[in-house]
Design a protein around this ligand. Structure first.
Ligand code: COA
Length: 200
């Protein structure tokens, strides 16, 4: 996709946050053909502190698997012409600190209504977590999903991920389903909590 997605693309915009001493938060498309983007994403996927908070693992064996940048590159290929499936780097003063993505109307969405988006987010750099960046990023993701036609956002959060559960609740998401034994972490299986937020 290099050459098709332009990093200086109009999607960039800036927000200040007091808690980050007015550092700038911007967003740009994730580039699945960029070695740097894919290596960073693979590093976040392999980070023992967070890896089982945002990736589904079938069992203990699977939870030990190491992600490679080549796999990330394959998994993150998106059509730049498809506005209903997008991923973005979250930048703090121009440096990537996380990734967020949405897509519309396909698995694993459970909501049986059209125009439902699915959200994913990871603030991968530890220094960037708990500073208000995730909140700004999710609000931005919601805006982008709305622009792509979404009327609501669904997401899944593992029942052991208390920080993310509070995070989504504080943004207006509410639980509507619980899928038991969904993922493996810390020696056992945990449920996936499905949350929803209607945009209107
Ligand atoms: C979950 C995550 C996206 C939140 O982003 P963040 O930048 O750390 O969160 P913010 O600083 O914007 O916090 C926003 C709100 O979330 C809640 N929150 C954040 N950290 C929290 C914590 N440690 N404990 C409880 N609530 C917390 C609070 O309500 C907070 O609002 P407040 O600061 O006004 O009190 C981020 O921590 C992360 O990527 N974690 C690892 C991967 C992950 O869990 N991804 C989500 C998978 S479903």
């Amino acid at each position: 996709m290099s050459g098709v997605i332009d990093f200086e693309y109009a999607y960039n915009y800036e927000v200040d946050t007091d808690r980050m001493d007015h550092k700038k938060i911007t967003f740009r498309p994730f580039d699945a053909d960029s070695a740097k983007d894919c290596e960073l994403m693979a590093a976040w996927e392999n980070d023992l502190e967070i890896r089982d908070l945002f990736q589904v693992f079938r069992d203990e064996e699977a939870s030990k698997r190491v992600s490679t940048s080549a796999e990330v590159s394959k998994n993150y290929q998106k059509s730049p012409d498809n506005p209903t499936e997008q991923s973005f780097m979250i930048l703090l003063d121009g440096e990537p600190v996380g990734e967020m993505n949405f897509f519309l109307d396909r698995k694993p969405i459970m909501t049986p209504k059209p125009n439902t988006a699915w959200a994913g987010i990871v603030v991968g750099e530890v220094h960037a977590r708990g500073c208000g960046i995730g909140r700004i990023a999710m609000q931005e993701l919601e805006q982008r999903a709305k622009t792509a036609g979404a009327k609501r956002m669904e997401l899944g959060v593992f029942e052991h991920n208390n920080r993310a559960i509070s995070f989504y609740q504080s943004l207006g998401y509410r639980e509507f389903a619980r899928l038991p034994d969904y993922t493996f972490a810390n020696g056992k299986k945990w449920a996936d909590i499905r949350m929803i937020k209607e945009f209107d």
